[in-house]
Design a protein around this ligand. Structure first.
Ligand code: TYD
Length: 133
């Protein structure tokens, strides 16, 4: 797997009143944050993603519940189960990805390095493999 792909631990402030974690711009994650979006109310069995980005990098956190992120760098596939809000998965550009096995009430937070641009998506797997070469 592309060795830039990594699980990044976030600060976790433990307190008898509950836990607190945070992400700061310029700290914790290896890109400048331009956009935040979240995925929620995913019906059981649904699959999200099924694309790669030409430029966009992302950091994905399971703020609540759990889901799996399947990454494919064109050579190798790897599944990253996310189920804690104090770490996340860094996904560099040019990685094919799917998100699946969403638990009931799961909430996926995604920080992105670019604003939304449909032209940045590669939605066809064969085209993804061709662009990798
Ligand atoms: P898409 O990225 O295909 O969702 P997923 O990867 O989770 O399956 O986005 C679904 C739709 O939402 C698509 O029509 C584009 C739109 N969208 C935006 O307008 N802005 C955004 O930041 C994102 C992520 C999606």
């Amino acid at each position: 797997m592309n060795n830039a792909v990594q699980i990044i631990q976030l600060p976790k402030i433990l307190d008898r009143r509950g836990n607190l974690s945070f992400i700061e711009a310029g700290n914790h994650i290896p890109f400048e944050i331009k956009r935040t979006y979240w995925i929620y109310d995913v019906p059981g069995g649904e699959v999200r993603g099924g694309h790669a980005y030409r430029e966009n990098q992302e950091f994905i956190v399971a703020l609540s519940g759990s889901f799996d992120v399947l990454l494919d760098d064109g050579k190798e596939q790897k599944v990253f189960p996310l189920n804690r809000s104090y770490y996340g998965l860094y996904v560099p550009k040019s990685i094919w990805r799917q998100m699946r096995n969403f638990s009931t009430n799961s909430l996926a937070l995604v920080l992105a390095s670019t604003v939304y641009n449909e032209n940045d998506y590669i939605r066809n797997y064969e085209e993804f493999l061709m662009e990798k070469q």
